[in-house]
Ligand binder design. Structure first.
Ligand SMILES: C[S@@+](CC[C@H](N)C(=O)[O-])C[C@H]1O[C@@H](n2cnc3c(N)ncnc32)[C@H](O)[C@@H]1O
Length: 172
């Protein structure tokens, strides 16, 4: 319950960056895990880990967690002491990547200025062969990474049991 209240508090403070009123459901977390398991193995970076609603389901894959909010980072470190958590803007962290990785993206892109800087960085990393794949969810109907020239892109799953319902997109 504490996580839900904290999440709602953060949402009321900054709705654009948080994107939803409650953390993702276990159904969405499981769908993300399943989607990752269908892809090539890679070091994983999860950006926008929040209270760890997705992390909980992928923690066995040892993701590097990146989260901009200090209080969320404290919670992540407490709950996932075996994982490395970086308190930073995802853009800064992505600029430092120098080995192949898979990306789990939880940062809302709809009406978020973050997207403007994120798309060119992702395009460059994919072009360099460093970004192997990306798994993300969206509450919208459209392809959220339509501007990036991925070889393969598919709306892999639709999860009704989430608030709001969400599509899982897989890019590789
Ligand atoms: C929709 S919430 C997702 C939280 C959690 N992964 C879930 O699914 O419930 C988006 C998260 O992204 C974080 N975030 C937003 N902008 C960010 C940025 N530029 N860099 C890193 N994290 C960011 C927010 O603080 C928030 O925790």
């Amino acid at each position: 319950m504490h996580k839900k209240i904290l999440f709602l508090k953060k949402y009321l403070k900054d709705p654009q960056s948080i994107g939803s009123v409650i953390p993702s459901s276990k159904f969405l977390g499981k769908a993300i895990f399943k989607s990752i398991k269908e892809l090539d193995q890679a070091n994983i970076i999860e950006i926008g880990a929040g209270t760890g609603a997705i992390t909980k389901h992928i923690s066995s894959l040892n993701p590097l967690l990146v989260e901009i909010d200090q209080e969320f980072c404290d919670l992540l470190r407490q709950n996932y002491p075996h994982l490395k958590t970086v308190n930073s803007c995802a853009l800064e962290q992505l600029k430092k990547v120098d080995e192949r990785f898979g990306l789990v993206l939880s940062i809302p892109l709809i009406n978020n200025p973050f997207k403007l800087s994120f798309i060119p960085i992702i395009s460059t990393l994919y072009g360099q062969g460093l970004l192997k794949w990306c798994v993300m969810y969206t509450y919208g109907l459209n392809d959220p990474l339509g501007e990036v020239n991925f070889q393969s892109k598919v709306r892999r799953r639709f999860i009704m049991k989430n608030i709001p319902p969400a599509s899982v997109w897989v890019y590789s």
